[in-house]
Design a protein around this ligand. Structure first.
Ligand code: MN
Length: 472
């Protein structure tokens, strides 16, 4: 299990007795926080008293592959010049927990010894100053460590720290390049690796075609049985379904062999494939592997990161596209894609159907067709502004379709963005938000805010309080 280091700051000035109590308190607090975590443990570290000990624990955290982040707090005063060298060496996300051991002030017994020992209100401000002065992007949570509110905030930090742990060193594959002439899906891959750790590389579709040709009949049969278990098969064209089964098997082998967490394809580069991968990618996306169409590596990588963040929560997270509107009544958007909508949003068992695509010039691909269950969520888009990346996060609602769409053979999601479509879409377009995004019903704007903060990424939020925007 991955872990968060629990680091208690102090100084030599107070003597061994006070430092021993600070250590006992810290151990108890770390154990209680650890018990409240679901995805990480919280590991107590010896109280740090001087610049060398601070540097040493920061180096240890940075070098420990199981450590995804640090929780730091000051039990006493800890002069912050002592922290400069250590903080400069700290490579892991930080949660500054502004807390104290005691919840209540012991009015009857409080004396100067108590004041001397319990002074995080004092010491955490000194620590906060040096973090701000150094420009360190960190989460700050304030309150008694034993409260449910604080524990929930630490769990959220852990989710983001785990997502960043995946992000750093994540490998992303592009089968083919960015769709020809498309602007918003393109981006600076070098800068993506510097800022987020995404190693984004091109792979030839022909190599995948060879792997597809190598899938045995036995393995394809087994995948067909999995499809029959999970989905309703609403087609007689089982050979087309089998073709997607082979794509899925080959893709999963490729992803495993190359340690890939997110990938893209493009319908303009499918040489050697008879169909555009549809069902294959839908079934893969449901496992939280990042995907986006048309060479959109940013959205694919963002999906993988957000799926890691959302692991274990209710709801779903996946790539989606804006398509068309119902502007009558309460305006609603139909979001979908040519094929690749993740079944994590399905309201009922999806059906496998085979229909021709109107673009791309390939054979009719098998795909999952379904409607989606109503839910609250966020739409998250990442765009390259030339000198920086920008995240756009919009609160949205999946709503019930007002009518059936019997002739539309793809998955469909009806969205009603906050505060309404008119303002929500205007604000999104004004911010440069893409027609590609990650929809999540597991995450909220607070999660995305924390991700943006810890990665020092510009964020534009759109929600119920948004008014019609004027200028960027
Ligand atoms: Mn598109």
């Amino acid at each position: 299990m991955k872990k968060l280091y629990f680091i208690t700051g102090s100084q030599d000035l107070y003597g061994d007795d006070v430092l021993a109590i600070a250590a006992d308190h810290g151990k108890e607090m770390a154990a209680e926080l650890s018990a409240a975590m679901t995805r990480v443990s919280v590991e107590w570290q010896p109280v740090v008293r001087n610049a060398d000990e601070i540097f040493s624990v920061c180096m240890k955290a940075s070098a420990d592959p199981d450590c995804v982040g640090v929780i730091v707090w000051m039990h006493t005063f800890s002069p912050a010049k002592m922290w400069i060298r250590g903080l400069q060496a700290l490579m892991k996300p930080m949660l500054h927990l502004h807390t104290q051991y005691n919840e209540r002030l012991p009015y009857d017994t409080i004396d100067m010894d108590f004041m001397n020992l319990n002074q995080s209100a004092h010491g955490d401000r000194e620590f906060g100053f040096i973090c701000t002065r150094l420009g360190i992007k960190r989460e700050i949570v304030t309150g008694w460590y034993g409260s449910e509110r604080v524990k929930a905030a630490v769990r959220k930090f852990a989710d983001t720290a785990l997502a960043l742990d995946l992000s750093r060193g994540m490998r992303v594959a592009m089968f083919g390049n960015n769709m020809r002439d498309v602007a918003v899906t393109d981006g600076d891959r070098v800068e993506s690796e510097i800022r987020y750790g995404w190693s984004v590389n091109y792979y030839g579709i022909g190599d995948l075609a060879d792997m597809i040709a190598g899938v045995s009949r036995y393995d394809a049969d087994e995948k067909m049985r999995e499809y029959a278990d999970k989905y309703v098969i609403r087609t007689d064209d089982l050979e087309s379904v089998r073709e997607q089964a082979k794509y899925e098997i080959a893709l999963r082998r490729f992803l495993a062999a190359e340690r890939i967490s997110a990938f893209t394809d493009t319908f303009q580069d499918l040489h050697g494939l008879r169909q555009l991968p549809g069902l294959a990618i839908q079934n893969i996306m449901a496992d939280g592997i990042g995907f986006a169409a048309e060479g959109d590596y940013k959205t694919a990588a963002l999906m993988a990161v957000l799926c890691r963040m959302a692991e274990g929560r209710e709801g779903g997270t996946a790539f989606l596209e804006d398509y068309t509107y119902d502007l009558a009544g309460v305006p609603t958007e139909l979001a979908s894609h040519m094929l690749e909508v993740s079944p994590v949003f399905a309201s009922a068992r999806p059906a496998i159907e085979v229909h021709p695509l109107s673009i791309g010039g390939k054979e009719a691909p098998a795909r999952l067709v379904f409607d989606c269950a109503p839910a609250k969520g966020v739409s998250v888009s990442m765009v390259d502004m030339g000198d920086r990346f920008r995240l756009i996060c919009a609160d949205t609602n999946i709503v019930e379709p007002v009518a059936k769409m019997p002739r539309l053979p793809v998955a469909r999601i009806m969205l009603r963005p906050e505060p309404d479509l008119a303002v929500g879409a205007a604000a999104w377009i004004n911010a440069g938000g893409a027609h590609h995004f990650v929809l999540s019903t597991s995450l909220d704007a607070g999660d995305i805010r924390l991700l943006a903060k810890l990665t020092d990424t510009e964020l534009k939020e759109i929600n119920a309080d948004t008014r019609m925007p004027f200028g960027c």
